[in-house]
Write a protein that binds this ligand. Sequence first.
Ligand SMILES: [Zn+2]
Length: 158
Amino acid sequence: MSPTTDECLVCQEHSGEVRVPGGHLVADDAVVAFHLPPWPPPAHEVYLGYLMVTSRRHVPGFADLSDEESAAVGRWIARLSRALESLGAQRVYVMAVGHGVPHLHVHLLPRWPETPEEVSWLDVGTWRSARKGDAAAASCVTDQVWDRLQAEKNPREC
Ligand SMILES: [Zn+2]
């Protein structure tokens, strides 16, 4: 398997060697999830709400996951999609590509309501007025997602 985990961007995002805005949203035995950092350097902006769900283990794709790991990845895709929708996303696009880094990372790409209808799913993060921000803005979104996850776990009694 190459590159080794030392050279793997996703492993570096797990270890903290590459910082992710607001820290990890999930970090357990099977899954690590976080907001995409501005990337690659010297980029200062990132599409806000762009989350990554990754396997804890350094494996290239879904075919390499155990049943338990794939269930956990699916569960967090669902929970984080709900959190983004509760923050106003009209849709959450879910993709696993893996051409660049051979460590399973699932892209969760929200479509915010101000996105014109003619903007395709591929361009929601890059059109002229796409909702972008720096690491601090992304960190704020991470906090909002975290709040939604907590609210789902412990629904407020009325
Ligand atoms: Zn890795």
